[in-house]
Design a protein around this ligand. Structure first.
Ligand code: ADP
Ligand code: MG
Length: 374
């Protein structure tokens, strides 16, 4: 994951690429009033294709570090994209996992999940506890695990563990660690202890979101899990590892939906953070930018010490297969991909039927007129 790069000044610096996974959620017929079927599909564990809107006889193919198809379980997403980075936070290193994509494509499902299908957050917290309890006493470190939970809304930093909090400042200390003075930090001793703090805060956010017109799709929800380890013997060395688990604001282009006034201002702010994130990820992955523009938005400023550098980062881009998401899917894929390939290969119904479960109502007119052979 880490690569050595030589900057313009000829000095070699260690940077870490952001691993990019794409997750396609299952097709939902209630999201597809015109019954057009899916417009995007997986090819294998790293590739997918989408119909080319300029020419429907072509598809555009994308390649990613990982492609998670619609059948992928929460457990599989966790095992392949998140679990491998967790050991690092017990050694004082930082990591971040974020879910990107349009509203309705599965970001919250991926990060939070449900009681029956828990997502990345509960699985990661459990795993961090497992890793800590599996540590050998003889290594001589004591571990403590804690959390902060915040939201960036309209470029304001709000504490989700402390209702009615005001916009909090983001600071950097002399060791280049990013901190937020005044942000609630809660130490917890077990998974159920974590849940006791996390669930009410999440519910608060959800309730507020229905009242405030889908605020949750316009804000970035950021859970910070910190592992602090202290050496039992003198000189009691201490190391802190941070893990950011981020459910990003929807990546849809709000200009198209005709938002006015306050909504437009919100959209602009969201675009600023997401736009800056895309520039940061781009600069990190291309390795050519002399300066990474972390300071240009609150989100990237906050993630500065946990995205790039020696940190371990994974971006899960969530996409939906229905046509109504088409342009947002395209722009999410272009954000996530460094390379794409236009292939002259029609996205035919026949091929779709081989991959998706046959749905008689979606057969083409020709088939009906021919009496339907299958
Ligand atoms: P977002 O947070 O990106 O707006 P959600 O996570 O709320 O999207 O997902 C939208 C809807 O799709 C929800 O009803 C969710 O339960 C469902 N969904 C998303 N991803 C999956 C999946 N992989 N499997 C089953 N249902 C999913
Ligand atoms: Mg959501």
């Amino acid at each position: 994951m880490a690569q050595r790069l030589t900057g313009a000044d000829g000095v070699s610096k260690k940077t870490s690429r952001v691993r990019v996974a794409v997750r396609l959620r299952p097709y939902m017929s209630r999201q597809d009033e015109k019954e057009e079927g899916p417009c995007v599909r997986g090819l294998d564990s790293q590739n997918l294709e989408i119909i080319n809107w300029r020419n429907a006889t072509e598809t555009v193919k994308y390649h990613f570090d990982v492609f998670h198809g619609e059948q992928t379980t929460q457990q599989e997403v966790f095992l392949s994209s998140v679990k491998p980075i967790l050991p690092h936070i017990l050694n004082g290193q930082n990591a971040s996992v974020f879910a990107y994509g349009p509203t309705g494509a599965g970001k919250t499902h991926t990060m939070l999940g449900t009681g029956e299908q828990p997502g990345v957050i509960p699985r990661a917290v459990r795993e961090v506890f497992n890793l800590v309890s599996a540590k050998d006493e003889d290594e001589g470190w004591d571990y403590s695990i804690g959390m902060s939970y915040l939201e960036i809304y309209n470029e304001k930093v709000l504490d989700l563990l402390s209702p009615n909090s005001q916009d909090l400042p983001i600071r950097e200390n002399k060791d280049k660690n990013i901190l937020i003075p005044g942000l609630t930090y809660t130490v917890f001793s077990s998974f159920s202890d974590f849940d006791k703090h996390f669930i009410p805060a999440t519910l608060n956010r959800t309730t507020a979101s229905t009242k405030l017109n889908q605020r949750s799709s316009r804000s970035h929800a950021i859970l910070l899990i910190k592992v602090v380890r202290t050496q039992r013997a003198l000189p009691h060395r201490q190391q802190t590892g941070k893990l950011y688990l981020v459910d990003l604001a929807g990546s849809e282009d709000n200009r198209r939906t005709g938002n006015q006034g306050i909504r437009l201002k919100e959209s602009g702010a969201i675009n600023l953070s997401l736009f800056t994130l895309s520039k940061v990820v781009d600069a990190l992955n291309s390795g050519t930018a002399a300066r990474i523009p972390y300071r240009d938005s609150k989100l990237t400023r906050l993630l500065q010490d946990s995205l790039g550098g020696s940190a371990h980062s994974v971006m899960i881009t969530n996409i939906a297969p229905e046509y109504r998401y088409y342009f947002d899917t395209f722009s999410a894929l272009n954000f996530a991909a460094k390379s794409k390939l236009i292939v002259n290969k029609p996205f035919t119904r026949e091929t779709v039927l081989l991959i998706f479960p046959p749905a008689p109502v979606k057969r083409s007119r020709e088939e009906h007129e021919a009496g339907g052979s299958g």
